[in-house]
Design a binder for this molecule. Sequence first.
Ligand code: ATP
Ligand code: MG
Length: 300
Amino acid sequence: MSELPGWVHVYSGKVRDLYVPVGASGLHDADSVLVVASDRVSAFDHVLEPGIPAKGELLTTLSLWWFDQLDDVPNHLIPDHTLVGDTVVERIPAAVAGRSMLVKPLDMFPVECVVRGYLTGSGWAEYRASQSVCGIPLPAGLQNGDRLPEPLYTPAWKAPLGQHDENISFERTVELVGADVAEELRRLSLHVYERGSAIAEARGIIIADTKFEFGADRTTGEITLADEVLTSDSSRYWDAAVYASAPTPEERMASFDKQIVRDWLAANWDKTGTPPALPADIVERTAARYRELLERLTGA
Ligand code: ATP
Ligand code: MG
């Protein structure tokens, strides 16, 4: 983690490090937060070794691009520069420029807002066992990777550090945040997913599922899109051309996200103790897929 002049480190998640301006004692009394994305990669709730080169920068670029596309939803970004006379003063330290966002601290809701447009991952596992996803009944006969009849909102409870997030019912989110907020989180999540999916699909990319986090603005209470948005860490991204032509359901899901890492780990680790180090070719393939996703979506 970097020592950043003018900033104090207050928190590290699995992937990102949070800083507040010198003088603030924590997130609660800061006027701004510097969110620095590292190259760390996590899977099955473990941070793995080694990191993926340039991942922090690629994911920050992608998030910023999406926030810009999703301009009808309030988000947590604040200007990353100030004007002193005629001089533009960058607020993001040069040492972490490119991999950082400047955001306003929000009162985060303890709900991970998951939207699934396709059946896969834990949703597919539950479907095979009970023909439902997060308790929502589905038609019979669906295959791994099939498009769902309509996108499903399947929230999870955001567990404190070190604990597993837990799938919860919509009714449970009402208990956690109240009916009005719960309904707004569902509406906004489905809206952002549908808008993002349409934009991605026009570029030959499928967003199979994704996770959003929202918080309340501390002054106005406005529900605000926070965290990272539609990145390849928070979403499953598939290649639409492969999806349309692959010979088997499994082969449809050629992904631009960290599925390569998940698959390698599932095949080479029994999920006890420390995960093994990722081999160089898995790291390089993952880095290449992250780069390709950014190029295909943004044209950059
Ligand atoms: P955890 O959230 O449990 O720390 P994580 O591994 O997902 O796990 P990271 O994504 O690495 O964590 O860290 C980002 C953290 O910053 C998250 O806890 C997220 O909820 C928080 N966060 C994102 N945006 C804001 C915001 N605007 N105000 C306050 N906290 C935020
Ligand atoms: Mg996170």
